[in-house]
Ligand binder design. Structure first.
Ligand SMILES: [Zn+2]
Length: 326
């Protein structure tokens, strides 16, 4: 018989045999005992089930209204309000809004006195209302932008380019901190066998005006705009930048240019108009033109391989110009 059942097991009744075996009570285990144990097991399982359902109900129905936080929307709102406040009071520099919200929020800088944007708690409403200045409201989103005496600062960094100009009477001379940083750099370069010197530093509004007009007369306004700046838009007027050694293009690729590009960030400088960023900076590549932004910003810009406009989230375009000089 055992032989028979074994053979049938091996053949077509394999599964049913197995099933019967699994559920049959072990020897000495009474039917009554089996039922008891089963009921106990069901009881425990039901208890666990009820507990899980209770948790589910709590999270889905009870907790929801209390939390109600839509993280992204709320964060954007908070940041907008924060930045508006910052622009107005120009006080707290520690409250740097995260860059993540850059596309969703707006800051109005066309109305250069950011004070009158105090009602801007709802950014979407304000941007719709001020569609005429769309280009500028999108600018510096997620950054702290302030205009002081006609000079624009983003995250505390002065910005001078085709969009942002300087007042005609702004004439600080070469910035002492930038000059000191350059001298330190030049001395370290010298130790490396590299000679660096300032070819052109501070330039006044009037000097720039003459320079640009000469360019425009010789090469046309388009070419002049590519390689030179209109008066008020030259970074040289800020006193924070220098042309190093020369302004001839064959400086590119020289020992000096390479040393400068690789090391200037350590002293707080950036190559202001890098190769391949012409569309963003608005200027042709200038391996000699360095801008002082401080060591922290310079290193971040260098490490990320970006230009100042990208770093600050601004444009450089005469079409967006906030020029007050006429
Ligand atoms: Zn320059």
């Amino acid at each position: 018989m055992s032989l028979n059942s074994k053979s049938s097991n091996k053949n077509h009744h394999k599964s049913s045999n197995k099933k019967r075996k699994r559920y049959s009570a072990p020897p000495g285990y009474t039917r009554e005992q089996y039922r008891k144990d089963t009921m106990q097991a069901y009881g425990v399982l039901t208890g666990i089930g009820v507990f899980l359902v209770a948790i589910l109900v709590y999270f889905v129905f009870i907790r929801k209204p209390a939390s109600g936080e839509n993280p992204s929307a709320d964060a954007a709102q908070t940041v907008t309000v924060e930045r508006t406040t910052d622009t107005e009071t120009e006080s707290d520099s520690s409250a740097e809004p995260p860059a993540a919200v850059s596309s969703s929020s707006d800051s109005s800088l066309s109305t250069s006195s950011a004070a009158d944007s105090s009602s801007e708690a709802d950014s979407s409403v304000s941007s719709a209302a001020e569609s005429k200045s769309e280009n500028k409201t999108a600018e510096a989103a997620g950054h702290k932008l302030e205009v002081k005496d006609g000079i624009t600062y983003v995250d505390g960094i002065m910005i001078v380019n085709k969009t942002y100009s300087l007042p005609a009477d702004y004439a600080p001379g070469l910035d002492p901190q930038a000059e000191e940083a350059f001298n330190k750099m030049a001395s370290d370069a010298w130790a490396d066998g590299v000679s660096l010197f300032i070819c052109s530093g501070f330039r006044s509004y009037r000097e720039q005006e003459m320079l640009y007009n000469n360019y425009a007369a010789q090469r046309g306004a388009d070419e002049a705009d590519r390689v030179s700046s209109r008066a008020g838009h030259s970074e040289h007027q800020s006193g924070l930048c220098m042309d190093v050694n020369t302004t001839e293009f064959d400086f590119a690729g020289t020992h000096e240019a390479i040393w400068l590009a690789n090391n200037c960030a350590d002293y707080g400088f950036i190559i202001r108009f890098p190769l391949g960023k012409e569309k963003i900076t608005g200027y042709a590549y200038e391996p000699w033109h360095i801008r002082y932004v401080g060591v922290k910003a310079a290193k971040e810009i260098f490490d990320q391989d970006i230009c100042l406009e990208e770093y600050l989230g601004v444009t450089s375009d005469y079409k967006n110009s906030t020029d007050q000089n006429g």
